[in-house]
Design a protein around this ligand. Structure first.
Ligand code: FEO
Length: 169
């Protein structure tokens, strides 16, 4: 049976993952407005990944005999001044999520739940990967500046991203 404090911390993180899904859906809509279909595809995959992250924890809380309490999802920002600005916000958000996963692991550590710590290792590695992937796109956008031809080339690259359901835990 999962410790009550840890159960609450998992529920908070499920909410953050669902918020991530919602935020990236807002970003997907932003790129739809710009008609940059490769970016749209990139966010379509990102949205699916965040849903999978939330569901991984949703299933885990149940597996541990806990209770999932869904809370309201915060309204995301829905507009950005440029693709660069948008990706700066993606990186900021992923860094925030990393800090929340670390905080969740602190709670698992505090209540000496080694199984939960081992489960959460996957999320920690995933955050390293996410920050790196987003950082790469951001670095390219900084180089591109106002070069629309280069932006369309990046858009083409981002169209190749595909979703593979992760094996969590
Ligand atoms: Fe689920 Fe992108 O963090």
């Amino acid at each position: 049976m999962i410790n009550e404090k840890l159960e609450k911390a998992f529920n908070d993180q499920i909410n953050k993952e669902l918020y991530s899904e919602y935020l990236y859906l807002a970003m997907q809509a932003y790129f739809e407005r710009l008609n940059l279909k490769g970016f749209v595809n990139w966010f379509t995959v990102q949205v699916q990944e965040e849903h999978a992250h939330a569901m991984g924890m949703f299933d885990y809380v149940h597996q541990r005999g806990g209770r999932v309490e869904l809370e309201a999802i915060e309204k995301p920002v829905t507009n950005w001044t440029s693709p660069l600005h948008c990706f700066e916000e993606v990186l900021k958000h992923e860094e925030f999520v990393t800090s929340r996963i670390n905080a969740l692991m602190d709670v698992a550590d505090e209540v000496k739940d080694r199984a939960a710590l081992s489960f959460l290792d996957w999320y920690l590695k995933e955050q390293v990967e996410e920050e790196s992937t987003v950082g790469d796109v951001l670095a390219t956008l900084k180089l591109i500046k106002d070069d629309s031809k280069a932006l369309l080339m990046l858009d083409k690259d981002l169209a190749a991203r595909t979703f593979t359901a992760p094996v969590i835990g």
